[in-house]
Design a protein around this ligand. Structure first.
Ligand code: PNS
Length: 162
C-alpha cells in the first residue's frame, strides 16, 4: 500500500488545499493530511478546529485521514509509513521556501520523497492568509473555502472565537 502525507498549517483549509489533497488521493492508496500543531507561526484557528474543518470537507474521500503532528514532518511520515510528502506549489511565490523544505527533509530522511503538484490555475492566488484577511473584514469567503465550512468560518470571525 502506497501512503503519502499532505502536511500543512491549514489555518484554515482552502479550496486550493482541497484540490491538492483530492488529486493526491487519486495517486496514492492512502493520504494522511497532517496538521502542524506547534509552529513558530501563531495560528488563528486551534488545531482541533483546523482538523474539524478539514474532516468536514473531506467526507467524500475514504482513503484520506486527518491527523496532527508536532516536531519533524519526516518523523510523522515514518510513523505513518508514508513514502512521500505531497505539497501544492503555486507559481513563483512558494518555490524558494518549498524547495528549501524539500531539500532539508531529504537530508533528514533520504528515503522520503517530496512531490509537488502544481496548484490548479483557478486557485493560484489563494492562501489561508487571503481567507483570514477577507474573513476578518467581513468579506465573502465563499469562493475560497468549501461550502461545508463557509458558515462555520464566517461565524468564527463574527464571534471572534478565534
Ligand atoms: O501550510 P504550511 O504552513 O506551508 O506548512 C508548513 C509545514 C507544516 C509543512 C512545515 O512547516 C513543516 O513541515 N513543519 C514541521 C517541522 C519540520 O519538519 N520542518 C522541516 C525541517 S526543519
Amino acid at each position: 500500500m502506497k501512503v503519502a502525507i499532505c502536511p500543512g498549517s491549514f489555518d484554515p483549509v482552502t479550496l486550493g488545499h482541497l484540490d491538492i489533497i483530492t488529486r493526491a488521493a487519486k495517486l496514492f492508496d492512502k493520504i494522511y493530511v497532517a496538521v502542524l500543531e506547534n509552529s513558530s507561526k501563531t495560528p488563528l484557528f486551534s488545531v482541533d478546529k483546523r482538523m474539524d474543518l478539514l474532516r468536514r470537507c473531506l467526507t467524500d474521500l475514504p482513503n484520506v485521514e486527518v491527523i496532527t503532528f508536532s516536531g519533524f514532518l519526516v518523523d510523522c511520515a515514518k510513523e505513518y509509513d508514508a513514502v512521500a510528502i505531497v505539497k501544492g506549489l503555486r507559481a513563483v511565490t512558494d518555490f524558494e521556501y518549498e524547495f528549501q523544505m524539500a531539500l532539508t527533509n531529504k537530508k533528514l530522511n533520504p528515503q522520503l520523497e517530496t512531490l509537488f503538484l502544481n496548484t490548479s490555475a483557478q486557485y493560484m492566488y489563494l492562501s489561508s492568509s487571503i481567507v483570514k484577511e477577507v474573513g476578518r473584514n467581513g468579506g465573502d469567503i465563499s469562493d475560497f473555502v468549501h461550502p461545508a465550512v463557509v458558515e462555520d468560518i464566517k461565524k468564527a470571525f463574527e464571534k471572534k472565537e478565534i
